[in-house]
Design a protein around this ligand. Structure first.
Ligand code: ZN
Ligand code: ZN
Length: 234
């Protein structure tokens, strides 16, 4: 028991530094109580530790005791285990605090890069047809992401095409009329109507029920870009 207290104290001391203190300061969304794996007490997640493999522990002492029960005996190892648990938990909580709009922005950058550099790589500007090599190209939306970036079509491929940056995307404001014509040409008039009607498309929340669903999509695009010899922009 003395050893446990000593270890607990050592960990506590380590927590005095800024990085670990942040852990306690992070706001906790969930109020539903969890049961401590060690002492079986019920506690608020904000007042304890949730390890990366979802083991709930009410305190550092219980984390230490559980580690000992599991056969981790040496003091440095215990501290290491505790630190890892805290680090994993901090990372998870930080991720949970990233707003959806930030996740979407990261994903959008990757999809844009994919459209311009992979899917439409050999294609001219969608709206003016230029193939000039010396200019910048963007990924132009027909229907824009909108206020708060909430438009449900912002990641839809039919809504995204390589566009010359200056002439069409910026000065031309995306050239919506030409864009519509081109969609009709390439995909057909019915597809354009389908794209335009918001009710035809799932909401972003339906597409990605949890933030980790967006993260998975981000991981998938990063891999896709790397497989095409590119360095992901975000
Ligand atoms: Zn406990
Ligand atoms: Zn253009």
């Amino acid at each position: 028991m003395i050893q446990v207290q000593a270890v607990g104290f050592a960990i506590y001391e380590k927590m005095q530094n800024k990085q670990l203190r942040t852990y306690w300061q992070l706001a906790i969304m969930s109020n539903s109580k969890r049961q401590c794996r060690n002492c079986k007490e019920r506690f608020r997640p904000s007042e304890g530790i949730i390890t990366s493999n979802n083991i709930a522990l009410c305190s550092l002492e219980c984390l230490t005791l559980l580690a000992i029960k599991k056969g981790i005996q040496s003091r440095p190892k215990l501290i290491k285990a505790a630190e890892k648990a805290i680090k994993d938990d901090t990372r998870k909580r930080k991720k949970a605090l990233i707003t959806r709009s930030k996740w979407y922005a990261t994903l959008q950058k990757l999809i844009n890069q994919y459209i311009v550099r992979v899917r439409d790589k050999e294609k001219p500007c969608f709206t003016c047809g230029t193939t000039s090599q010396n200019i910048k190209y963007d990924c132009g939306h027909y229907i824009h992401a909108g206020r708060g970036g909430a438009d449900r079509r912002r990641f839809l491929f039919i809504n995204l095409h390589k566009q010359c940056s200056m002439q069409c995307n910026q000065f031309g404001g995306g050239m919506p009329e030409v864009y519509a014509q081109k969609i009709i040409e390439v995909y057909g008039a019915k597809k354009l109507e389908w794209l335009k009607c918001e009710a035809n498309h799932p909401t972003l929340k339906e597409l990605f029920p949890h933030w980790s669903d967006i993260e998975n999509e981000i991981i998938r695009y990063r891999k896709l870009l790397r497989n095409n010899g590119l360095t992901p922009v975000s």
